[in-house]
Design a protein around this ligand. Sequence first.
Ligand SMILES: [Zn+2]
Length: 78
Amino acid sequence: MKVKCPTCHTEVIWNEQAKHRPFCSKRCQLIDLGQWANEEHSIPSDEHKLDTLPDNIDIEDIEAMLAQQSHNDDFFKP
Ligand SMILES: [Zn+2]
C-alpha cells in the first residue's frame, strides 16, 4: 500500500518500516505539526503548502520551536 506524504506528496510505502507514516520523513512530520501549532493548517490548498514549504528547514529548529510552544502552554496554565 502506498500513501502520499501530506507535506511534500512523495509516495510513501505504508509498512512497519515507515516510522513516520503517513509522512515520508520526520522532517515532513515535524513541518506538519509545526503548521498545526501555528494555526496555518486551515488552508487546504496543496499548492499553497508546497509554496510555503521551507527548502532548508532545520529539524532541530522545529523541535526547539515545538518544545518552546509546549513550554509556553504549561506556563499559561492556571
Ligand atoms: Zn514528505
